[in-house]
Design a protein around this ligand. Structure first.
Ligand code: G3I
Ligand code: 9MR
Ligand code: ZN
Length: 535
């Protein structure tokens, strides 16, 4: 097939696109049950698409709204079978949440909840504090970051923020149980799952200073087929960093607000931890970014600029407490403007501070509100403009296809959805939908980037349990990093030379720079899919 489409299908009310390579003309959409032609229409003109290197046309069949099973036919070609139904994304949304359960560390995953992807408890040994080797801490729990078994605070901060925002904006999307071992009637599953990570994060705070260890890992990555419980090398807590401490403060303050109505004592604990972290930040106004010591080879998550994390922390602490001290720092940092106000990546967290202030219930500085609203609406307009020109309808420029580009795809959709929420309209609905279509198959590789979901779903992630467990199918519900034009692993360098940016992708377990998975690539996808589930 050369009809790239959302392989799960479309909701009746959404914008519906398919992208066709090298062809234009009339296409028919046939109802699979009746054999009747349910829709007929023409593609757009052929367009040379820079990002994918392909000549493409778009088929826009938004007007077909009747629930059913269909296929697209034309020019002697025929598409996969697809569904139009209000609930097409309900299962994948739950799966993308369930993926966090599969990434849990320190506990056994039993067959009752993990099915064939069960495994033993892992990483339970005492953790050596790297710069105080006589000291150990308990670092059990939380989620493995990715295809490796490290646990990193700045990565955790982004993942938790996305998940809590998803819950706050779309509470109805979490009515269905995953289920999880903790499932109950008191709290929805997403909050149970996030608590797993928060509990671990709390253990990463130094009780004496309030500073937060940057990460918890072995010194080097284990071989790719190592199961979690076989990864028994010594564990280390790497030195406290400002980015980790600020990201922690923000996350804990956010958690305090969200859990307050459901679990008051827990919310208080989170708020205390946030305030302790804030004290450390105040005592350490200027600190260098984290760097791996020479004997450490695991993920660095280096970030020289901690302004954005501090801004986010101030915003969340102000929103949680209404206290003037945090408000002052927030206002000063917007005025100083040493960072991006709308970014949502693990290293640029300014967007979360902006959203927090724009949704803040306490007294606000109207001039600063204006500045932030303008920044957000300009960025959204920019993304919309790029999407309208892109052959596949998304907001990535050719240079944006870098490590973890699927995070940017979902971050952009998230930003568009948050912007329309804050501005009170639905103008970006169709563009956000196109981003979902891209993730689920409407891309030049004609692959669904979510394991287990779609006719040609990503199946060979750089993910140690999926490689080592002897089960053919990968752990389901995981979002692949996606195309990366910088060819930053040996497999990519060998097999993807000369390809266009969006085509620099390999569904191969060795390609960690295009096909790994992480918590913070799943989390923005969870946010976006939560917008598109059945209401
Ligand atoms: O954005 C720049 C671009 O402007 C520049 O032209 C290009 C040139 O190389 O680099 C781009 O930056 C890239 C950056 O990701 C984008 O976010 C860097 O090259 C690239 O090395 C960097 O990759 C990071 C990778 O770790 C290597 O450090 C990924 O963001 C990050 O998600 C990834 O995280 C890893 C952890 O370290 C370990 N656990 C798994 C996890 C996922 O792969
Ligand atoms: O498996 C590692 C993955 O989780 C990281 O994202 C990636 C980049 O830091 O590194 C992977 O480990 C590879 C290492 O960097 C180089 N040798 C091969 C390793 C994969 O088995
Ligand atoms: Zn583990």
């Amino acid at each position: 097939q050369h009809i790239a489409m959302n392989q799960l299908g479309y909701r009746p009310q959404d914008r519906k696109l398919a992208v066709i390579q090298e062809q234009t003309g009339v296409y028919r959409i046939v109802n699979e049950q009746t054999g009747e032609v349910a829709w007929e229409g023409e593609t757009s003109a052929l367009q040379a698409d820079q990002a994918s290197g392909a000549k493409v046309s778009q088929l826009d069949f938004t007007s077909l709204k009747e629930v059913g099973q269909y296929r697209i036919e034309g020019n002697g070609d025929r598409s996969w079978t697809f569904t139009i139904d209000g609930r097409v994304y309900d299962d994948v949304q739950v799966a993308v949440l369930k993926a966090f359960y599969y990434l849990r560390c320190g506990v056994e995953l039993t067959s009752e909840y993990a099915g064939p992807w069960k495994h033993g408890a892992c990483h339970t040994s005492p953790v050596i504090v790297y710069d105080q080797p006589d000291k150990t801490i308990d670092g059990t729990g939380g989620w493995h970051d990715a295809g490796d078994y490290g646990k990193y605070i700045v990565a955790a901060g982004k993942a938790v923020a996305d998940m809590l925002l998803a819950y706050e904006l779309y509470p109805h999307a979490f009515d269905r149980k995953v289920p999880l071992p903790e499932s109950d009637e008191r709290m929805v599953d997403v909050l149970h799952e996030v608590k797993v990570e928060l509990d671990w994060m709390l253990k990463m705070q130094d009780q004496d200073t309030g500073g937060v260890y940057h990460k918890l890992t072995t010194l080097q990555f284990p071989p790719l087929d190592t199961m979690p419980e076989e990864d028994t090398a010594e564990l280390y807590a790497l030195p406290i960093s400002a980015c980790a401490t600020a990201s922690f403060a923000a996350t804990m303050a956010m958690a305090a607000r969200v859990y307050r109505r459901l679990d008051q004592p827990y919310a208080e604990r989170c708020l205390d931890a946030a305030k302790q972290a804030w004290k450390w930040l105040e005592a350490n106004p200027q600190t260098p970014g984290f760097k791996n010591p020479v004997d450490v080879g695991t993920g660095e998550y280096g970030d020289e600029n901690d302004w954005d994390e501090r801004y986010w922390a101030a915003a969340e602490l102000y929103r949680a407490t209404g206290e003037a001290e945090y408000h002052q720092v927030l206002l000063q940092s917007v005025k100083a403007l040493g960072f991006n106000l709308t970014a949502l990546g693990w290293s640029d967290m300014g967007g979360y501070g902006t959203i927090s202030y724009l949704l803040c219930e306490h007294e606000r500085d109207e001039a600063i509100v204006g500045v932030l609203k303008k920044a957000l609406s300009q960025r959204a307009a920019e993304l919309a403009q790029v999407s309208e020109k892109d052959g596949y309808g998304i907001s990535l420029l050719p240079e944006d296809y870098r490590w973890g580009s699927n995070m940017d795809v979902m971050n952009h959709a998230m930003l568009l959805l948050l912007t329309q929420h804050i501005e009170g309209h639905h103008r970006y609905e169709g563009i956000a939908a196109a981003h979902v279509h891209y993730l689920l198959g409407m891309n030049v590789n004609e692959i669904s980037y979510i394991s287990g979901y779609g006719h040609t779903a990503m199946a060979y992630p750089h993910h140690r349990p999926s490689v080592g467990d002897g089960i053919e199918a990968p752990v389901p519900g995981m979002v692949s990093g996606g195309p990366n034009k910088n060819l930053q692993d040996e497999y990519a360098a060998k097999h993807l030379q000369g390809k266009a940016p969006a085509a620099c992708y390999a569904d191969h377990e060795d390609s960690y720079a295009t096909n790994e998975v992480t918590i913070y690539w799943n989390s923005p996808a969870l946010f976006v899919l939560s917008h598109f589930v059945h209401k």
